[in-house]
Design a protein around this ligand. Sequence first.
Ligand code: NDP
Length: 393
Amino acid sequence: MAVVLIIGAGGVGRVVAHKCVQNARTFTKIVLASRTVSKCEVIQKELPHGAIEIAEVDADQTSEVVALIHEIGAQILINVALPYQDLTLMDACIEAGIDYVDTANYEHPDEIKFEYKEQWIKDERFKSRGIMALLGSGFDPGATNVFCAYAQKHYFDEIHTIDILDCNAGDHGYAFATNFNPEINLREVSSKGRYWENGVWIETEPMAIHMPWNYPEIGVKESYLLYHEEMESLVKHIKGLKRIRFFMTFGEDYLTHMKVLENIGMLGIKPVEHQGKHIIPIAFLKTLLPDPASLGSRTKGKTNIGIVAEGIKHGSKRKIYIYQVSDHETCYGEVNAQAVSYTTGVPAMIGAKLMVEKKWHQSGVFNMEQFDPDPFMEEMNLQGLPWSVQELL
Ligand code: NDP
């Protein structure tokens, strides 16, 4: 049905490639392109002969991407490179006239700011070309946005509060490593916390607010309030909402390492001079840390990500937890990647699949909760991300 161009051959790109191959009736030709083509080759070798083609591309160069799109005849581009490439890749899709999917909002390498503004303003250009951009089709953002839309559609007349909860109880045996790109991950978790209540954003010191939560199939874990990008679109689209927060679990060890790295300046994003050369501390730290794509074979344990929604149904109070549990070893057994990459890559493929099959398709730039959640939820059950609903009240 469609030729897909996947850009980025990291942990998430590997999962997207595997999952597109499993859905070859939708994705009739699959091309995986990245900056370092040898990483594409490794993934290509894991898959049946001829299942995917590979290419080298610099996603920062819009013209290079446009040329590749034309060369292979792509109809949809899945961006699983880094958030730095969102704008150049959206521009490439506009120029070539094809659909676009990503999993994380745009970030500028020199500025820590998580917002959709610069992607949303491309709405008119996507509309005028009759093409669609689906933003944040990973797990969080992504499946969590769909969970909110599903709760709104099937469980509530009014949703008053939402807590998004992200627990990774996986153990990779390293003293310190991140489960996805270290630079992007550490920028996110070391920033100030922020949540939305009664129409205003409230800022907190990093990790200042925390609470224990009993995650099904995992147990009680301390969960820390962070700012997370899906809240920006959810406050616009979930009507009647009074408060939304995001929490992520961290072990003591992780927090101690992060604090020390921050205190000594290793999380800095501005260049410093070192022996006559300019280096960016956080980029250098990334070089030292284990490649997240290499964690797959050693990670044991589970993830549990979901949303707690509280509100009113038929005049009575209701509180539910919609969640998904993945097992790191099971994910690795299927696609050679740990659960964090798996739970991101599968929704990226599902978003693209629904667009290609025109189940989710309109012209313009959209977030996940703007579409009917049902087909996405059905696909999650079919594609390896079964979910559950727990009634809490
Ligand atoms: P990795 O760092 O493992 O992989 C990124 C890949 O993109 C690498 O292959 C890298 O190439 C490639 N890349 C980077 N810059 C360019 C460029 N200019 N041109 C071409 N290719 C480039 O990251 P992950 O796979 O862990 O994460 C991928 C994305 O998924 C990120 O945007 C991340 O924020 C997002 N994510 C979203 C989540 C969600 O739930 N929504 C959760 C986790 C991640 P090279 O090998 O040369 O460096």
